[in-house]
Design a protein around this ligand. Structure first.
Ligand code: ZN
Length: 195
């Protein structure tokens, strides 16, 4: 069954390929992947009430290094998505959930697909998915257990009940189309991970 996630997952797979990440590999060096795809991520403390990062556009992003490693890594992949989709500059606050708009949702979905590739997940998931297995996978992929659970659910490797999370509210892409973007917020120009 086709879902809203499919094209985003395909974009993430293409980005992995362009960055030289094997389909069955956890992303070994995210910084190198960003470099390969044309995004410079500068690490800098962003001050009081700080956002997790700032997407500045033009191939540049700032990242606050104060978070947990898995969180910082997710934020980096999220910023990479904005770069590849040509999104508008903005501050980053809550990246895993909830998402205030469709562009944040797309960027976080891309981040999860990039960091936890479907083939890489299938190669590692045991026959019986226990809490211990989820924690081990989270360590291997260097993401939060919640991201692992989402990806397990999306890959059909656990039943939806095993991932107790609020369902997505409303239509998946509640934004007006931007110039140069289609109804679901994807650029109408060809996706170009090489920019
Ligand atoms: Zn964002």
């Amino acid at each position: 069954m086709s879902t809203w996630l499919d094209p985003i997952e395909a974009d993430a797979e293409r980005a992995r390929l362009r960055a030289g990440i094997r389909p069955d590999a956890a992303v070994p060096d995210l910084e190198a992947a960003c470099q390969a795809l044309g995004l410079v991520v500068v690490t800098r403390s962003l001050g009081p009430g700080r956002p997790e990062g700032i997407y500045l556009g033009h191939g540049l992003a700032l990242l606050d290094p104060g978070g947990l490693p898995a969180r910082t890594r997710f934020a980096t992949a999220h910023l990479l998505a904005h770069h590849l989709y040509g999104d508008r500059p903005h501050l980053e606050r809550e990246l895993e959930w909830p998402w205030p708009d469709a562009h944040q949702r797309r960027a976080s979905a891309f981040a999860a697909c990039l960091l936890v590739g479907r083939e890489a997940l299938r190669a590692r998931v045991p026959a019986r998915v226990t809490t211990e297995a989820v924690l081990r996978l989270a360590t291997e992929f260097q993401v939060s257990p919640r991201v692992v659970l989402r990806r397990l659910r999306e890959a059909g490797l656990v039943e939806p009940e095993a991932c107790p999370e609020p369902e997505d509210p409303g239509p998946p892409w509640p934004v007006a189309p931007r110039p140069g973007h289609d109804r679901v917020g994807r650029p109408t120009r060809p996706f170009d991970p090489g920019r």
